[in-house]
Design a protein around this ligand. Structure first.
Ligand code: FPP
Length: 246
């Protein structure tokens, strides 16, 4: 078990992205409905947000609902959407007290109107906060994000605003939802699955990947400390040799 005092606070990842997985299995293991897992997953979200604020992490991006998740049973989808509305409503005071700026990425126009309204209200209310940027990936698909970026760039070339020869990695990154964020240095996935599932494919090019068997509703700040301690032991080489780095 990782302890906070083992963390080197001068080498924290600036941006942590998390694939919160295992809510359904957690609930099933307790003989409950899947939505019970999602409700308990919210408690993990609260603890991880608070711990990130305490540590001074700059960006936390949570995979909350993928574009593919729309195909889940209708009742589960509406329960998750309701849960989002009620969680945002309950957490807004904590966000204000903790200087958290809420943000969202994804195809947000797909969200039910009530959910979209609550979300945009909370994003607006917290927009002047300067501490942790908490981004919820909602109705999110990384491939779709990249297709949209390609379309935006194509439009700019067509209108003469941009020269095709001038397109580089920065142009592409500037047309993604994450244009104002640094790339995540650490990606965590819970529940023992070793997949990326269409999440931040461009942005995690150099991220350290951390997989844990813990199911999301069991994931607490001590588990986040473990992930950060593990991350800090890694040598991030960006294609260089160890000798070059030293
Ligand atoms: C993945 O577990 C989890 C989700 C698709 C939903 C995540 C939502 C929450 C944690 C609650 C809402 C959060 C906020 C920020 C308001 P799964 O259902 O795929 O689990 P399984 O793989 O065990 O079936």
């Amino acid at each position: 078990m990782g302890f906070k005092d083992q963390i080197d606070f001068s080498k924290l990842p600036q941006h942590i992205a998390i694939i919160m997985d295992g809510n359904g299995r957690w609930a099933k293991g307790k003989g409950k409905l899947r939505v019970f897992g999602h409700r308990n997953g919210v408690l993990s979200v609260r603890d991880i947000v608070e711990a990130s604020v305490e540590m001074g992490i700059g960006y936390l991006t949570l995979y909350t609902f993928s574009s593919e998740n729309w195909n889940r049973p209708r009742l589960e989808v509406s329960a998750i959407m309701e849960l989002m509305v009620s969680t945002i409503h309950k957490e807004i005071e904590n966000f204000m007290r903790n200087n958290v700026r809420l943000n969202a990425i994804g195809d947000l126009k797909m969200l039910p109107e009530k959910c979209f309204r609550e979300l945009t209200w909370a994003i607006d209310k917290t927009s002047a906060n300067s501490g942790l940027t908490l981004t919820l990936a909602l109705s999110y698909s990384s491939r779709n994000e990249m297709v949209q970026a390609a379309k935006n760039i194509a439009c700019k070339v067509k209108s003469g605003e941009l020269n095709a020869e001038d397109i580089d990695e920065r142009t592409f990154a500037a047309n993604l939802y994450t244009r104002n964020m640094p790339d995540p240095e650490l990606l965590i996935r819970t529940s023992g699955e070793y997949r990326i599932s269409n999440y931040l494919l461009w942005q995690i090019a150099y991220a350290e990947l951390y997989f844990t068997p813990k199911l999301w509703p069991d994931f607490r700040r001590e588990d986040l400390y473990d992930a950060i301690i593990d991350y800090q032991k890694r040598e991030r080489r960006f294609g260089l040799t160890s000798e070059q780095l030293n």
